[in-house]
Ligand binder design. Structure first.
Ligand SMILES: [Zn+2]
Length: 593
């Protein structure tokens, strides 16, 4: 078996790992490596490193790691095969057909749905512009007159209208080579009573939903009837669409967001389109009120600061609170732009104009000030009880402040504002921090309890991977059973099978085709610092000895268990003898070292 896969090798050679990861993570040079905030877990100090030399990334915080393929799998939520296809396109490499056919059934299905969505969009758009169906007229009135959307915007963002009969579209799809099953698979077709197939968006204004690359992955539909519920519906989940995984408009605004490092987050499709038409183009819509963690991760790929500008009603406030929490946890800086009641961004822009809206954005508030205002409205500041309520309510945002000067200034101004001594605030703060500290302490002691032999296993595997010249020396005297960690055994087996072959860490990672525990284990080994600067025979012997001792102890434990259960005297005697031998052997290893 050759370790290096030629296609993967070619892709790897053409794609610079630092450049690739930089488009998702802000990386800073750190010695031979690059360092940044991990996109896969929440953190404030960077523990995510990229090694261009080894072609791997690794996070010391959450253990994520691997080659470019693992990175794309994880961040774009793709299978290994899809990640290969994704990167081969980026590298401009044509995949061999054998690979495409066997590996990409899933990929072909996705491509088919995206193609179907494009055709559906053309149908919806044409219906919006030309249909004589009464609801089509209402749609045109609503979008172009009432809301003042420009035709070019409707085309760019894929607005449309789904005719009320809900069936003609199926005929249209047949003409383009799709059947009813494809329609259902794409999350648009809906089987209703008597087993009849309909378009779920029939009689609604439609909004195409794009992924970040601008491919149409699904649709949303808004009702035109006064009392129809729900007002908005989405495509059902499909291989390319999952509600809460996308942000509306991002495909068109991502470059502006990346440039300004700031994104304005609104709720609805109309809010987004209004902002976009007012030339405020660093915005996205969360599509409904509940921002998801997935959407927050997506935002972090492009922005550092988020300005939440939700509706001024109560639902909007609740959603703002929720959003603040999710976004800060992802390490984003969050500000709130507060609209006066009863406006949402769309109605405000149409009524008050662009200048007034820009002023609202300029007055954006830090989370702390925003929360204080809301808490004061809710509790008042007169009684000690309400003061403590307010302090408690503000704790999360005080604790989240990383700048200690900013923190003490905020505490001082809060004390002045509430007319309480600063010490009261510090005491409430301390109360929560003490309990947090205890939890942290417990965690680290558990982590440190890793057995010495596991460390020796890691060092040996690391040597084997990085120093070809010592492979024979180690492999000749180290049986595979000496490794206790299953991942280490799998790696060792590959090394034994390919002892004379040259391969890099990332080649090895790719052998396991996206197996997360393997890629994480190998990247951890690659990024591990050891205290040994020189590999010599003595060191190797002592490491092997450590492994051997551990293996003997494992066998001893098994035998001791058997001894306790065994009733037969002869067998008991035999096992006791074996244990005795092992004890002698362990003793011998100790004295010789
Ligand atoms: Zn991490």
């Amino acid at each position: 078996m050759a370790i290096q896969d030629q296609t993967l090798e070619e892709i790897k050679n053409r794609i610079d790992i630092v450049e690739l990861i930089s488009s998702y993570v802000d990386l800073k040079p750190a010695g031979k490596n690059y360092r940044g905030l991990c996109p896969f877990h929440e953190e404030k100090t960077p523990s995510f490193i990229v090694s261009p030399e080894k072609g791997i990334f690794h996070c010391f915080g959450c253990g994520a790691g691997g080659s470019i393929f693992n990175f794309i799998m994880k961040i774009e939520n793709l299978s290994f095969q899809d990640a290969v296809v994704h990167l081969s396109r980026k590298a401009g490499i044509e995949l061999p057909t054998s690979k495409r056919n066997i590996q990409n059934k899933e990929y072909r299905q996705k491509a088919k749905i995206i193609q179907l969505n494009q055709i559906v969009q053309k149908y919806y758009y044409d219906s919006l512009i030309h249909s004589e169906d009464p609801l089509a007229r209402t749609s045109r009135q609503y979008l172009f007159q009432k809301r003042g959307i420009k035709l070019s915007t409707a085309e760019q963002f894929g607005l449309g209208y789904s005719p009320a009969d809900g069936k003609a579209i199926i005929e249209y799809l047949y003409q383009h080579g799709f059947n009813g099953n494809d329609f259902i698979q794409a999350g648009i077709g809906n089987v209703v009573r008597k087993g009849e197939l309909y378009d779920r968006f029939r009689g609604r204004i439609t909004f195409a939903l794009h992924d970040t690359n601008g491919e149409i992955v699904g649709f949303a539909g808004r009702t035109l009837l006064e009392n129809e519920n729900p007002k908005y519906i989405n495509s059902s989940d499909s291989p390319v669409f999952s509600k809460g995984n996308n942000l509306y408009g991002l495909f068109a605004t991502k470059n502006e967001i990346r440039k300004t490092k700031t994104v304005i987050l609104v709720e609805g499709y109309m809010d987004f389109l209004s902002l976009f038409e007012s030339q405020i183009t660093n915005c996205v819509a969360s599509m409904g009120t509940a921002l998801t963690a997935h959407q927050a991760t997506l935002i972090r790929r492009f922005a550092e600061e988020v300005v939440i500008c939700y509706d001024s009603d109560n639902a909007g406030k609740v959603a703002t609170f929720r959003g603040m929490d999710i976004l800060t946890k992802k390490g984003l800086s969050v500000k709130i732009a507060v609209l006066p009641a009863p406006y949402d961004p769309d109605s405000f822009l149409r009524k008050k104009g662009e200048e007034a809206f820009l002023e609202i954005l300029k007055q954006k508030k830090p989370i702390f000030d925003y929360q204080l205002e809301l808490l004061l409205n809710e509790y008042g500041s007169k009684s000690l009880e309400s003061q403590i309520h307010i302090i408690r309510g503000l704790l999360p945002s005080i604790n989240a402040m990383t700048d200690s000067i900013e923190k003490s200034l905020k505490i001082r101004s809060l004390a002045q504002y509430l007319k309480v001594p600063e010490t009261l605030i510090y005491n409430v703060l301390k109360g929560t921090r003490e309990s947090e500290k205890k939890i942290k302490l417990f965690k680290t002691t558990q982590k440190d309890a890793v057995h010495g032999s596991v460390k020796a296993e890691k060092i040996l595997i690391k040597f084997l991977l990085e120093e070809r010249s010592i492979r024979n020396l180690i492999c000749d005297q180290l049986p595979i059973e000496y490794f206790s960690i299953p991942e280490h055994r799998r790696i060792y087996q590959i090394i034994l099978n390919n002892i004379d072959e040259d391969f890099s860490l990332s080649d090895l990672i790719n052998v396991f085709s996206g197996d997360e525990s393997m890629s994480s284990c190998i990247s951890a080994l690659g990024s591990m610092e050891t205290e040994f600067h020189e590999i010599n025979e003595e060191l190797i012997q002592s490491l092997i000895k450590t492994l051997k001792k551990a293996e003997l102890r494992r066998v001893r434990t098994l035998l001791a268990g058997e001894l306790a259960q065994q009733k037969d005297y002869e067998s008991k005697l035999l096992i006791s003898k074996q244990i005795e031998e092992i004890d002698k052997e362990i003793q011998g290893l100790k004295t010789r070292s």
